[in-house]
Design a protein around this ligand. Structure first.
Ligand code: ADP
Ligand code: MG
Length: 575
């Protein structure tokens, strides 16, 4: 946690100011009872009215100065903690953005969200409370003791007793609540996970009639959190009346013992009143410190979770002296590439070598799980190979910046992802400067035009979160348009025609051919139809290269390919 708070260094000056203002406020609070005592003592003897007036004015001045410092302190400490926490959130977000998909999956989306929101809020609460109280409480306690003892050493033993009682009380309460506070954070995480799964899977849950089961699961997680929170709050709530009771008893005890001293003339009434106020201040300061300490375990649990993210090392980084290929053609080459997923037993890709030429269509075919998407995801460096290299225009992609590399690639992922916003925003997603002509062409080529025209607002039609107001095929076509709009050297279509009917599929590929004439086009599919006339077909089986060549050649001498083809069409159709 200390490591996290190092981020506060930036606000050193403001923190120092907070300390100074706190000091002034405490000083004012400590001076007031003594001045009041003077007034009472003199007033009772009805002596010096002028002195009373003068002291009154001084008290007023001190009170005003104290309040002023308090306001400034509150303002500054809120500002410092908010800026500190904003920095922290930004750092977290940047980190999360830099993680590779594999590293991303390791932590899980809902946990990443909880960490950036809820956990950061815990840190924020502690930093505000810390700035407000950490200095104030000890200063008040120590100052209170000094002033009380100077007023009357005899009564001070009484304060000592009360402090010990209070410390014991706080100790008991803390030992019960701290573990409960610690548990709270994992319970919140749990609740978020259940809620998220439930919301994202709502259709499936309904379809399988699991609503009641899922509701119970949520109720359980929710109840669990509630129980915990109730327990903590009950204890904390009962603590305050006890402390007030203790304060009142202290006052009674002081008056009781003080009365005797006043009788024999060794204590003045004003001093006794001041003494009561100092005693209250000391107890109050102790309570403030306790509150701080109950927050620390909860915040430190959060700090650990935040640091886990900040400390993650991204495997995929830019080289120090990045190279840029001399040409911009889009020649892609895999040379003996291997890949293994984290924690997997076998390699997902084994010794893959091939070239994809500019101006040609390269088809990749294979059954589900044969490694097609894995292979595709290595081209924009979502993953790095464990062995072998990938070259674009003769340069190893690990020697290029990720930005440069990805600028050359138009990727249509297997699962179409659209963003909230208009159809237009989604198509020009990669580059806001894409002009209207190109927008129209990419819409036409991707066969999106026909359905965009039927939408109520055309290109301004608002897509809802996750693209739920479009069909699967419409989403796929828009994500194809998005990839085309940027005019790239390499286009990758990962099973992107699967949700299209055969007619649209054929029309799209015909239009695509014209539009991507000089580019390297890679089409991944399970449908033979889609790649039959490709310039080169790569056959994948269980992560290995099972064959490569044109349709006719492969039909003649590649059993894996023949099997795939004949499972989808007759011998005559495939000729
Ligand atoms: P395809 O796209 O050809 O259907 P994939 O490339 O998605 O196949 O998957 C290839 C293999 O890698 C499969 O056996 C799959 O189980 C495994 N795999 C895919 N993604 C992951 C992942 N994130 N972690 C571990 N294994 C994975
Ligand atoms: Mg796939």
């Amino acid at each position: 946690m200390i490591k996290l708070f190092k981020g506060m260094k930036k606000y050193k000056f403001q923190v120092v100011l907070v300390f100074v203002f706190t000091f002034m406020k405490v000083l004012a609070e400590l001076m007031l009872p003594t001045l009041m005592a003077d007034i009472v003592n003199i007033g009772i003897r009805n002596e010096d009215i002028a002195f009373i007036m003068k002291t009154g004015v001084v008290m007023l001045g001190i009170a005003l100065a104290g309040t002023g410092s308090d306001i400034l302190k509150a303002y500054l400490s809120a500002r410092v903690s908010m800026s500190f926490v904003t920095d922290l959130r930004r750092k977290l977000f940047t980190k999360v953005q830099s993680l590779s998909p594999g590293e991303f999956d390791e932590t899980g989306t809902s946990s990443l969200i909880t960490r950036t929101t809820n956990d950061v809020t815990q840190i924020q609460n502690l930093s505000i409370m810390g700035l407000r109280m950490m200095i104030r409480a000890p200063l008040m306690a120590i100052g209170g003791v000094i002033m009380a003892v100077s007023k009357n050493p005899g009564l001070s033993t009484l304060i000592l007793t009360v402090v010990l009682v209070l410390a014991a009380l706080i100790g008991i309460v803390a030992s019960i609540t701290i573990p409960l506070f610690k548990k709270m954070q994992t319970k919140v995480d749990n609740l978020n996970r259940v809620l998220r799964e439930r919301l994202t899977g709502i259709r499936v849950i309904r379809a399988f009639n699991r609503t009641a089961y899922e509701r119970d699961r949520f109720t359980e997680a929710n109840g669990d959190l509630t129980d915990n929170a109730l327990k903590v709050n009950r204890i904390m709530a009962s603590m305050f009346p006890m402390i007030i009771l203790l304060m009142n008893f202290t006052t009674i005890a002081i008056v009781w013992r003080g009365a005797g001293s006043i009788d024999v003339g060794i204590l003045e009434i004003g001093d006794m009143m001041a003494f009561i106020q100092y005693a209250t201040m000391i107890l109050f300061a102790l309570v403030m410190m306790t509150m701080m300490f109950t927050m620390i375990p909860r915040a430190s649990a959060s700090a650990v979770r935040i640091n886990e993210i900040l400390d993650m090392e991204t495997a995929i980084t830019d080289p120090d002296d990045a190279k840029t290929p001399d040409e911009k053609r889009g020649l892609l080459e895999f040379r003996n590439v291997c890949f293994k997923y984290e924690g997997a037993e076998e390699n997902a890709l084994e010794n893959i070598s091939f070239k994809a030429m500019p101006g040609e269509v390269t088809g990749i075919i294979g059954s589900t799980g044969s490694g097609k998407s894995t292979l595709i995801n290595m081209i924009p460096r979502f993953f790095d190979p464990c062995d072998g290299s990938i070259f674009v225009d003769g340069t190893d992609i690990r020697e290029m910046t990720q930005r440069d590399l990805r600028n050359r690639i138009g990727l249509v992922p297997q699962k179409a992802v659209l963003f909230t916003g208009s159809v237009r925003d989604n198509i020009i997603f990669g580059d806001k400067t894409i002009d209207e002509d190109r927008l129209m062409v990419s819409a036409a080529v991707s066969q999106s035009e026909e359905f965009i025209d039927t939408l109520s607002d055309g290109y301004n039609f608002q897509i809802s979160q996750g693209g739920t107001n479009l069909s699967g095929g419409q989403k796929q076509r828009l994500s194809i348009a998005r990839a085309l709009a940027g005019r790239k050297e390499i286009y990758i279509f990962d099973d992107s025609f699967s949700a299209l009917d055969f007619k649209t599929d054929a029309a799209l590929r015909r239009a695509l051919k014209k539009d991507t004439e000089d580019s390297t086009v890679i089409i991944v599919t399970q449908r033979v139809n889609t790649i039959m006339d490709a310039d080169n077909i790569i056959v994948l089986e269980k992560g290995r290269l099972a064959g490569m060549g044109k349709h006719r050649e492969l039909m003649k001498d590649n059993q894996v390919y023949r099997d795939i083809v004949l499972s989808q069409m007759s011998e005559e159709e495939s000729a």
